[in-house]
Design a protein around this ligand. Structure first.
Ligand code: ADP
Ligand code: ADP
Ligand code: MG
Length: 468
């Protein structure tokens, strides 16, 4: 069925990014927004916009029935959930379908299987996919879990099956602290995810996080669009992502890609999805989880493959078969994404709010900015602190670590210390972001962009002085 109008059940940069592709396909867009986002760029960009409630997400962006009612009222045929919010909510996906609308994403059944890390392992386990040593099901009996932890060898990681966004994980160093950490992990999992199921995985000391983009249609075709290197993380959350990964050889790429396709097939997946792997120092890869949505870092894949993933999501949702095969896909150059977040670097990078005083967007060949903000805007406290993504694409890049791939999830711990920020006032922040930026850009034009970014960062740090 041809989609003519899409409601975007999200906000910020991702809402805009989805709307752009829809518009290019001649599809009308409906924005839904909270009172805090009344003047946001995505609201103005949409063909129609409807206020759905108060600023807290629970009173707006998470109100399933209200969103579906607006979609029907405005004559939309489909809902795109973006990422975060309702994107991995099977109940929502089902309600959308029951209302006679198309959910632009996988089936509710696939979301259910992959929404639980344990469910995902069980499904993938049938296909001989490599897994991190651990417990195959939720821990109900602490003494036997402790025994299993000893067999695996410390340190181990306790993980919430329903966890996400880097939350719900605890490292246990030795047997003495096992029980205490287990109790804490369970109560955290209950309060954060409403599900106390936890399991154990061997803690991999210096791992890389490498994930595979997959795309399937409703006719059983699934392809992989290569990998993204997402090891530069803070608090288990990605900050910088690159495609392709410098450590992945063509053979490893094929092996990981084929594994990812099997994981997708294990839950009859269609639409865009991501299969995440953790990779140890010997380059063994192990399945972590599958994210059943468009990923924040999807643009790096788009830049190296030339494929617009949102357009593909829409075509698949319309029931079209994929228009390309695995062998039609190729990698062109390198792409790096940097997440630009409203955070306070002096306060452990906790989310920060205030007025965005200066905002200059870099321009040039190979530069893409996906953003949801503009100068003068007040950054609301209610939502994710990510404001924009800077994505660059070129034939190569200069920084030694990035070229050699000699970095892991400890990159930030190894290269950043809070002392780098003090004692001078904010000047150091500019230096650090300039350093980070120049590490990543390849030529002079782009280095000028880096210094612009640095200026923007330094100015952004004035937010604190101008808090509302
Ligand atoms: P990605 O792999 O796409 O970078 P992240 O884990 O960083 O995914 O999450 C993407 C978005 O979804 C972020 O805005 C994050 O806050 C949100 N998110 C992910 N998982 C959850 C969850 N379980 N509960 C709430 N928000 C989540
Ligand atoms: P989330 O749902 O929060 O994204 P993941 O299972 O994808 O959870 O893990 C997020 C991050 O946590 C990984 O990218 C990695 O940095 C770290 N991590 C996860 N599992 C392990 C492990 N077994 N050993 C070491 N680090 C891990
Ligand atoms: Mg993950």
């Amino acid at each position: 069925m041809k989609i003519n109008k899409i409601l975007i059940a999200n906000r910020g940069e991702i809402a805009l990014r989805v709307m752009r592709s829809a518009r290019e396909m001649g599809i009308k867009t409906v924005a839904v927004f909270s009172e805090a986002d009344r003047i946001a760029p995505f609201v103005r960009y949409a063909d129609e916009a409807v206020c759905i409630g108060a600023p807290p997400s629970s009173e707006s962006y998470l109100k399933m029935d209200t969103i579906i009612a607006v979609a029907k009222e405005r004559g939309a045929d489909a809902i795109h959930p973006g990422y975060g919010f309702l994107s991995e909510n099977a109940v929502f996906a089902r309600k959308v379908q029951e209302a006679g609308l198309i959910f632009i994403g996988p089936s509710p059944e696939s979301i259910v299987v992959m929404g639980s890390k344990l469910g995902a392992k069980e499904a993938a386990g049938k296909y001989n996919i490599p897994m991190v040593p651990g417990t195959p099901s939720a821990i109900t009996d602490i003494p036997s879990a402790k025994k299993r932890a000893e067999e695996i060898g410390y340190p181990v990681l306790i993980k919430a099956s329903a966890g996400g966004g880097g939350k719900g994980m605890r490292v246990v160093e030795n047997t003495e602290e096992f029980e205490e950490q287990m109790d804490r992990a369970i109560s955290e999992a209950v309060s954060a995810f409403g599900d106390g199921a936890v399991f154990i995985e061997k803690y991999i000391g210096s791992p890389k996080h490498i994930e595979i983009q997959v795309l399937g249609d409703q006719h059983g075709n699934v392809v992989y669009l290569f990998e993204r290197e997402c090891s530069v993380q803070r608090r288990h959350q990605k900050l910088i992502e690159e495609a392709p990964s410098p450590v992945v050889s063509p053979e490893m790429r094929k092996a990981m890609g084929e594994c990812a396709v099997m994981v997708a097939k294990s839950c009859n997946y269609y639409g865009a999805g991501t299969v995440e792997f953790i990779v140890d120092e010997a380059l063994n890869f192990y399945f972590l989880e599958m994210n059943t949505r468009l990923q924040v870092e999807h643009p790096v894949t788009e830049l190296i493959t030339g494929i617009d993933l949102v357009k593909e999501q829409i075509r698949v949702a319309q029931g079209e078969a994929l228009s390309f095969k695995q062998e039609d896909l190729q990698i062109h150059g390198h792409a790096i994404e940097i997440r630009v977040c409203a955070e306070d670097p002096r306060n452990n990078f906790l989310p920060d709010i205030g007025k965005l005083l200066t905002y200059q967007i870099p321009k040039g060949v190979g530069i893409r900015v996906d953003d949801g903000v503009e100068e003068g805007m007040t950054i609301p406290i209610y939502y994710d602190p990510m404001l924009a993504k800077l994505i660059t694409h070129g034939k190569d890049r200069q920084d030694e670590q990035f070229v050699s791939g000699k970095f892991d999830t400890n990159f930030i711990k190894n290269y950043f210390s809070p002392e780098m920020l003090s004692p001078a006032e904010y000047a150091n922040e500019a230096e650090i972001s300039a350093m980070l930026a120049s590490l990543l850009w390849e030529n002079k034009a782009q280095t000028q962009t880096a210094s612009q970014t640095a200026t923007a960062t330094a100015q952004a740090s004035k937010w604190r002085k101008n808090r509302l």
